[in-house]
Design a protein around this ligand. Structure first.
Ligand SMILES: NC(=O)c1ccc[n+]([C@@H]2O[C@H](COP(=O)([O-])OP(=O)(O)OC[C@H]3O[C@@H](n4cnc5c(N)ncnc54)[C@H](OP(=O)(O)O)[C@@H]3O)[C@@H](O)[C@H]2O)c1
Length: 167
């Protein structure tokens, strides 16, 4: 069960906020492009609230696993899972699987994940959903690209990739 390649992909404000009222709170076109480039043609895994918040459902060219406790929920074009373990069993055995949110799902998958693709937004935001604490001593940073004062969103952010140390 734990031999799947599980990666988290997330955009997080300086104060840990990732969403508010079941919405994203920023629009960063280059982050959306990076998300599409990294996740396309792979399996993506998400909670039912994140699925419901997607602007396009399902996202093109990706195999979706949606996690819910409600056995009556079935979303077109999606594989449904009813626990973290069932989601892991249904993941791709050969390729990287991407956990795309939200807060509840990140918290439960972080211990099973071996990579984090983090967009660190260099600003505080108000919101109701947070990413769990990343214990930096458990991770090695393998990529860091800073974008300063992006005119498309008027703030700075850093693309960072972390690999779990015990890999
Ligand atoms: N910044 C980012 O990168 C990013 C990415 C994704 C999402 N977000 C934001 O995150 C927020 C949504 O996050 P959220 O924490 O509210 O919701 P979520 O994690 O997307 O989904 C929570 C739902 O997942 C299901 N679930 C959770 N744990 C489960 C388990 N162990 N077994 C079975 N089902 C389980 C339940 O669905 P049922 O209620 O159907 O049972 C639960 O209500 C939104 O604001 C969104 O915009 C941000």
């Amino acid at each position: 069960m734990f031999n799947k390649k599980i990666s988290i992909i997330v955009a997080m404000a300086q104060n840990g906020v990732i969403g508010d009222n079941n919405k994203l709170i920023w629009h960063i076109p280059d982050d959306l492009k990076r998300f599409k480039r990294i996740t396309s043609y792979h399996t993506i895994v998400m909670g039912s609230k994140t699925y419901q918040s997607l602007p396009v459902k399902p996202l093109p060219n990706r195999r979706h696993i949606v996690i819910t406790r409600d056995y009556s929920k079935a979303f077109d074009g999606c594989i449904m899972a009813h626990s973290i373990e069932e989601a892991i069993e249904k993941m791709d055995a050969d390729n990287e699987n991407f956990v795309i949110g939200g807060g509840e799902i990140y918290r439960q998958f972080l211990p099973f994940s071996n990579r984090i693709y983090l967009t660190r937004v260099l600003k505080d935001f108000e919101g109701d959903t947070f990413f769990p604490e990343i214990i930096l001593s458990e991770w090695i940073k393998v990529e860091e690209t800073k974008v300063s004062n992006d005119p498309k969103c008027n703030f700075s952010y850093v693309f960072e990739t972390y690999k779990r140390k015990d890999l």
